[in-house]
Design a protein around this ligand. Structure first.
Ligand code: SF4
Length: 427
């Protein structure tokens, strides 16, 4: 099963290649390849990754061609809005959205306060419609390898915090590279997220080896290592990593200080800016449902994320985890998360929005619902099951599987059912 479609290079402009996907054009950054017009290539996250032989590319494109247009049709139908029954206030807000006008704080508060099922349905459809207009039916699917659950930090919400008594594991460098090869060769992933707690046993040398070896697989390497040094991120960029996931967690400094003892919000935000400055594609965002959080905090979180210029918004609900200081905290409702996805789509039309595993943990159907409320990115856990089970950042984490192929098939079936094609979104 292939779930990244090759494109044809139709134009080269310095380090930008224009790629054609069945008539749709995307700009991608080319730093790694010698290419010419007419070549077939794979791209992920707006970055050109590797050549595809013409014969192989044509075989894949033949498989996709009819399906590609059928999927677009399904997507268009699902994102079209027929009934528009809602309060005059909501209709006025949605009119502003359609005209691409800025929303006021009150508009945003009103969106987060919606409760009527009919209005929620209209809200999600409107966000899905903007997603369709801006991104068409493309959906990113990244693989994730959780390689260590050691962490030196003690975040109040986290199931692998330092003081929690759990079975710890570290995959060896060889095991991580083997898992990456399996994900790429056996399962066809084109982008891999390498995730761990803040584990300083993985020093510059080890991480550079890992990134250098995985880069040889021609995949987009996404780092999710926590608040490590700027120098380390620079070294790993030189080794071939091109994307980084680092959430600021909350824009509210007081809440941040309460739930991340000893950490500093300004330093964390500065690191996200520094990483972006280095040239990384960044994914960032926050946790929803922290103690004392208000709807204004959620709005500020979205606005802060947008101001950091992310390629992808990543936010999910707090899942209270046994044995952590926040074990009795209430989870945010699924609707609040979906409303936040929709509002994010209105505020930052061009960025990708991830459906997080935490949202999937909240509700089995949340993946589908998130994608239909404005989101357009997914992650699949490609960690060996015996390790993934121990990466217990919260209770009953979704997506842990001993049958990755089946999980991929379920994901692709879900995407087909709502008319999405797992193509790169370009830059
Ligand atoms: S949230 Fe991240 S930094 Fe904090 S304890 Fe968990 S793994 Fe460590």
């Amino acid at each position: 099963m292939c779930y990244a479609i090759p494109g044809k290079v139709i134009e080269l402009k310095k380090n930008i290649a224009v790629i054609d996907y069945f008539g749709e054009k995307r700009n991608v950054l080319n730093e790694f390849l010698e290419i010419k017009v007419g070549d077939y290539v794979y791209a992920q996250g707006g970055i050109l990754l590797n050549h595809v032989e013409q014969e192989k590319a044509e075989e894949i494109l033949n498989f996709w061609e009819k399906r590609f247009f059928e999927l677009k049709e399904v997507d268009k139908n699902l994102s079209s809005i027929e009934k528009v029954e809602a309060s005059p206030n909501l209709l006025e807000i949605l009119q502003k959205v359609n005209l691409n006008q800025e929303l006021t704080t009150k508009d945003m508060q009103d969106i987060l306060a919606l409760t009527s099922n009919q209005e929620l349905e209209l809200l999600y459809k409107s966000a899905n419609s903007i997603r369709q207009k801006e991104h068409d039916n493309a959906c990113c699917v990244h693989g994730i390898i959780e390689f260590s659950n050691y962490c030196k930090e003690n975040c109040f919400y986290c199931g692998i915090r330092k003081d929690k008594n759990i079975t710890r594991y570290r995959m060896t460098v060889a095991e991580i590279i083997t898992a990456a090869k399996k994900a790429v060769h056996d399962h066809g992933f084109k982008a891999l997220v390498l995730q761990s707690g803040e584990d300083y046993d993985f020093d510059e040398e080890k991480l550079t080896t890992i990134v250098t070896e995985i880069r040889k697989l021609n995949v987009l390497i996404f780092l999710s290592l926590g608040q490590r040094s700027k120098h380390l991120y620079q070294k790993l960029y030189q080794a071939g990593a091109r994307a980084a996931l680092l959430r600021f967690e909350t824009s509210n400094e007081q809440i941040f200080n309460e739930i991340r003892p000893g950490a500093n919000l300004k330093d964390r935000i500065q690191l996200i800016k520094d990483i972006k400055e280095m040239g990384y594609v960044i994914a960032t965002g926050f946790i929803m449902g922290l103690p004392k959080e208000t709807s204004n905090d959620i709005i500020n979180n979205i606005l802060l994320t947008k101001s950091l210029g992310p390629d992808m918004h990543s936010f999910g609900p707090l899942i209270p985890t046994t044995g952590t200081p926040l074990e009795t905290q209430n989870k945010p409702s699924k609707d609040l998360v979906l409303k936040t996805i929709a509002l994010t789509r209105f505020i930052d039309r061009k960025s990708k929005i991830l459906v997080t595993t935490a949202l999937e943990t909240l509700d089995k159907d949340a993946r589908r619902q998130g994608l239909l409320a404005g989101a357009n990115s997914l992650m699949i856990n490609a960690t060996p099951k015996h390790n993934a089970e121990l990466y217990s950042i919260y209770d009953n984490k979704a997506g842990v599987t001993d049958n990755l192929q089946e999980t991929i098939k379920d994901t692709v079936d879900l995407l087909y059912s709502i008319g999405r094609a797992p193509t790169d979104l370009g830059i």
